[in-house]
Design a protein around this ligand. Structure first.
Ligand SMILES: Cc1cc2nc3c(=O)[nH]c(=O)nc-3n(C[C@H](O)[C@H](O)[C@H](O)COP(=O)(O)OP(=O)(O)OC[C@H]3O[C@@H](n4cnc5c(N)ncnc54)[C@H](O)[C@@H]3O)c2cc1C
Length: 288
């Protein structure tokens, strides 16, 4: 690992100024849980590390007047898991966090770092995408907002530029008559998912599908939406037959890459099974 300068800004403004000054030569470090691995492997060799973990204005979980959940980028997985606000109004996120890695990892790893490392098997992205979440990205030039589904470009690559910092995750309030579910499949408790699947389902008073978003992790170089499957459900009653058909169609929206843990066919099969289960579970939750 080559030497680097370590900068520890005390405010967002100071952090953004450092990023502007050092640009391509520097890298943000939050918890360091992923970054240190790639540093030690020599995959990156920044001259400067900007440590944002101790910036208080990036560490919060709150709801705004519009009922949107707002989470600062350096909020830990554990803080999200234990937040009464998250548990009460966005329970799927608290449940997802509770099953992410081990408590030691959750105590230090940050939600912003998790999204920015862009590991396609990361847990938080699918439920956040299914809920229509957004991120705010800041630089000295100002802020921009984008849907979380548009954050990811490729394997371990996001649209965040070297001079930018992801500051906040924003999740809209869940509409009436809607439910969100998330499940993952993995071999060993505490391991990253092989496949993760999240479903947002909203129905009209008659029980027909008003809106649906299906998001999957681990089945492509980035988290993906299963739009063909969504199209099959939208406007129709989500009965068992239709759910079966939608789950089968998921195969057309994904491109799993085989690895030492699972083959392409296996991941595809797991994705179909998880989506079917999550759609059924969302439908059952709507019944109350
Ligand atoms: C043993 C182990 C098991 C794990 N298991 C799981 C699991 O089951 N599921 C799961 O989802 N995750 C898992 N993780 C990932 C972990 O929980 C962290 O979320 C992830 O590693 C990010 O770590 P971090 O917050 O320390 O970010 P860092 O490692 O500090 O940063 C990660 C990357 O994001 C960039 N970055 C960080 N913050 C920002 C920001 N605000 N703006 C712009 N760029 C930023 C950094 O420059 C770096 O490129 C595991 C990690 C470990 C070590």
């Amino acid at each position: 690992m080559r030497d680097f300068d370590y900068l520890c800004p005390q405010s967002l403004k100071e952090a953004l100024a450092f990023l502007e000054e050092h640009g391509e030569n520097c890298r943000i470090i939050a918890g360091g849980q992923s970054l240190l691995n790639i540093l030690k492997q020599g995959l990156i060799a920044p001259e400067v590390l900007v440590d944002i973990k101790s910036i208080p204005e990036l560490d919060y979980v709150r709801c705004d007047e519009a009922g949107q959940l707002r989470v600062g980028a350096v909020t830990t997985h554990r803080a999200l898991e234990l937040s009464p606000l998250v548990r009460e109004r966005f329970g799927v996120l608290a449940d997802m966090e509770q099953h992410l890695a081990s408590v030691q990892i959750r105590n230090w790893g940050t939600i912003g770092g998790n999204l920015c490392i862009a590991d396609p098997t990361g847990d938080p992205a699918p439920p956040l995408i299914a809920m229509g979440g957004q991120v705010t990205i800041a630089s000295t030039q100002g802020e921009r907002s984008l849907a979380i589904r548009d954050l990811f470009v490729d394997y371990y690559e996001t649209v965040v530029k070297p001079q930018e910092l992801l500051t906040e995750i924003v999740v809209p309030p869940l509409p009436e008559r809607s439910a969100v579910t998330y499940a993952k499949f993995r071999n060993v408790e505490g391991d990253s998912p092989i496949v993760g699947a999240a479903v947002f389902l909203e129905v009209d008073p008659d029980g027909s599908c008003l809106d649906v978003r299906i998001a999957l992790g681990g089945v492509a170089p980035t988290p993906v939406r299963a739009e063909k499957a969504e199209g099959i459900l939208r406007g129709k009653f989500p009965g068992d037959g239709l759910i079966e058909k939608a789950a089968e169609a998921v195969a057309d929206d994904i491109s799993p890459i085989p690895d030492i843990v699972a083959s392409e066919e296996y991941k595809e099969k797991v994705a179909r099974v998880l989506v079917k289960r999550m759609l059924r579970e969302a439908r059952e939750r709507l019944k109350g």
